[in-house]
Design a protein around this ligand. Structure first.
Ligand SMILES: [Cu+2]
Length: 155
């Protein structure tokens, strides 16, 4: 009798341990890509490679001791064929819209909020099915011109 109870408890414990293990294994299937926005107005990752339709997790962080009015970053990925120069120029004055020009919202396939120093965000992003090199930029005024750009390569 005592043995049976012990067996049941052991089984039960095994189940409790097994369930979270399964759950975490499943979420590990989403690749996490860590990107930092830096004071030199560059992303520390300038090439992201993904498979068509893949869901990736983007962890984006701004590293800075400056006030957010002076130094903040975002990531905005635009669709193929977008005039990136025009998008970046128009977005500079779109402060009330997280620096995303309303006229270009339909061209933006993914964007993070604008983050000041020490802020970070974790977001999932399902990349397009269409292969190609998608531009991503920071739309904080002046940063695109300073070279705060990168490529999302879907292949
Ligand atoms: Cu920036």
């Amino acid at each position: 009798m005592k043995r049976t109870i012990k067996t049941v408890i052991t089984l039960f414990t095994a189940l409790i341990i097994a369930i979270p293990a399964f759950a975490s294994q499943e979420s590990d299937e989403i690749r996490t890509i860590h990107i930092k926005g830096l004071d030199n107005m560059k992303f520390d990752v300038e090439l992201i490679e993904a498979a068509p339709g893949e869901t990736i997790r983007i962890v984006f962080e701004t590293v800075s001791n400056m006030p957010p009015q002076a130094m903040a970053h975002n990531i905005a990925v635009v669709d193929l064929g977008t005039d990136v120069d025009a998008f970046a120029m128009a977005s500079m004055s779109a402060r009330d819209n997280e620096y995303i020009a309303p006229d270009y919202e339909d061209k933006v396939i993914f964007n993070t909020p604008m983050l000041g120093g020490g802020e970070s965000v974790e977001m999932e992003f399902t990349v397009p099915e269409v292969t190609g090199d998608y531009d991503f930029v920071c739309t904080f005024p002046g940063h695109y011109m300073a070279g705060m750009v990168g490529i999302l390569r879907v292949q």
